[in-house]
Design a protein around this ligand. Structure first.
Ligand SMILES: Nc1ncnc2c1ncn2[C@@H]1O[C@H](COP(=O)(O)OP(=O)(O)OP(=O)(O)O)[C@@H](O)[C@H]1O
Length: 480
């Protein structure tokens, strides 16, 4: 990897929003539903390096990958290739530029034209760009098939006659045909078996070395990203929340979301020495992302409010109860939904978020199930004890005001007035993370984390900046 002054790609303030306004009612009410799939992303890709982009399903990775190459038109922002902004190019200019910038798709079968032979699939970019004809074209196709480890004598076969791994090799050969300098690889191995994954990753590494390629490598599997990347960007709800050299991102300090992804890797990562942390709640909708830090609705490291005298862990436990109360329909579902609503993110987990039936459920039976069944069966005292046990809260909070609010909230829960309980808790336990949209704070060489806790001037204990001011609200999308 060389350190050129101007990176091969420089992405600034990239946003891609989809209009998902749907149906008569939306139109009648003039209601626009914008999916903020990519919402202000910056990055650089240096010559000969691999930038891994990782995040859960739906966080905007594919939209980002396609927007960078203008396979989807971005809503705002710039993508500079060798200093020239791709977003300002005409279609013809962009087509010419595609010889430098190529894309490898996740699903090779659906991205390869089934009516073309392997040879024609690979030669298609040569034809489009008028790069070779006749015997020169045939020779180039044979050479490309050999380069990616396919038998050149199979050029007459159709895509369905190849295995999944071979089809991905075909996709890579097609991308290589125009001799590009950048390839955006969109989950190139996630549809493949583990052993085939390794072969394709090795092939990509060899090609990078042989041809000096630079990769943007999109994946939801942290282990894959760690294996292939020089630098890593962690994406959450359309934004980058952490960026840095791979070793730095895999070692503390972490963004709480990165920490959760790392702690969920099934086999302990040798570089991971933190405690396992568990994320609560579902991924919010990119149509209406949370104010402040987008991760605050699930964050296990939420910054306590400035007016709190509680220890941070106790404050967070009450905040977790507030969050749960705000999202539960009734007291019965306050804890009964836990298995369906709380997800531990797993590396490699692409379970649809919207289908509770197929979401991973917590296998551990919980003692709190009695609350979920019928709270009225328990006395107020027992009920209160169960709530405190469920949320790891002491018998009495060490702050009289907070204890009074919690007591009132538990009373309301016991009376099945869940809205009242949620409102009481939410007004008394507000985190600055709910207002403050964190920019990326430098935490090391080339390593940035978009989390208020990494602002040097912020006193986490006091919940204020050094001058006593509290974090203000901001609509700036400066993260990343
Ligand atoms: N054409 C579209 N119209 C409206 N919304 C879309 C469209 N394509 C994607 N989205 C939404 O944009 C968000 C980001 O989707 P995207 O596919 O980029 O995420 P991803 O991280 O690549 O997910 P996955 O790993 O599941 O492919 C999701 O909420 C998705 O539902």
């Amino acid at each position: 990897m060389s350190d050129s002054v101007e990176p091969v790609l420089r992405v600034e303030g990239l946003k891609t929003h989809y209009d998902s306004t749907d149906g008569f009612l939306d139109r009648l009410l003039g209601r626009s539903r914008r999916v903020r799939a990519v919402d202000g992303v910056d990055f650089e890709l240096r010559e000969g390096e691999t930038l891994g982009v990782v995040g859960e399903s739906g966080c905007g990775k594919t939209t980002l990958a396609r927007s960078v190459l203008r396979l989807i038109e971005p809503t705002a922002g710039s993508v500079y290739h060798r200093g020239e902004d791709l977003t300002t190019l005409s279609s013809a200019e962009l087509r010419d530029r595609r010889t430098d910038l190529q894309y490898v798709f996740q699903d090779p079968l659906s991205s390869l034209n089934p009516r073309l032979t392997a040879g024609d699939v690979v030669a298609e970019p040569l034809d489009v760009h008028g790069l070779a004809t006749g015997s020169e074209r045939d020779e180039r196709v044979r050479e490309l098939l050999e380069t990616v480890g396919l038998n050149p004598n199979h050029a007459g076969r159709y895509p369905h006659e190849f295995s999944g791994g071979q089809r991905q090799r075909l996709g890579i050969a097609r991308a290589l045909a125009v001799d590009p300098e950048v390839i955006v690889c969109d989950e190139p191995v996630s549809a493949l078996d583990a052993s085939v994954q390794a072969q394709i990753l090795n092939l990509l590494a060899d090609l990078q070395e042989d041809f000096g390629l630079s990769y943007v490598f999109i994946a939801h599997d942290l282990r894959v990203v760690e294996h292939v990347s020089d630098r890593v960007a962690v994406m959450y709800l359309g934004e980058f929340v952490e960026r840095g050299p791979t070793d730095a991102v895999f070692e503390p300090p972490h963004h709480p979301y990165t920490e959760a992804l790392l702690s969920a890797i099934p086999e302990p990562d040798p570089l991971w020495d933190g405690d396992g942390i568990r994320l609560t709640g579902t991924v919010p909708s990119p149509i209406d992302p949370p104010d402040g830090c987008r991760f605050h609705t699930r964050c296990p490291r939420l910054v306590p409010g400035a007016d709190s005298d509680l220890p941070a862990n106790v404050w967070r436990s009450v905040a977790a109860l507030a969050r749960r109360a705000a999202n539960a329909d009734d007291v019965t579902s306050l804890t009964a939904t836990r298995g369906a609503d709380d997800r531990t993110i797993r590396a490699g987990d692409s379970t649809p978020r919207t289908d509770p039936a197929t979401r991973p459920r917590d296998p551990t039976p919980r003692p709190d199930a009695v609350i979920g069944r019928d709270p009225t069966e328990a006395s107020r005292e027992t009920f209160g004890g169960l709530v405190r046990e469920e949320f790891d809260l002491p018998e009495t909070l060490p702050d009289a005001g907070a204890e009074e609010t919690l007591g009132e909230a538990i009373d309301a829960l016991y009376d099945d007035r869940i809205g009242t309980a949620a409102a009481l808790l939410e007004s008394a336990f507000t985190s600055p993370c709910e207002r403050h949209h964190p920019p990326e704070y430098g935490v090391g060489s080339d390593h940035g984390i978009a989390c208020l806790r990494y602002d040097d001037g912020f006193d986490e204990e006091a919940g204020t900046f050094e001058d006593g001011s509290e974090p203000a609200g901001s609509s700036d999308s400066t993260a990343g």
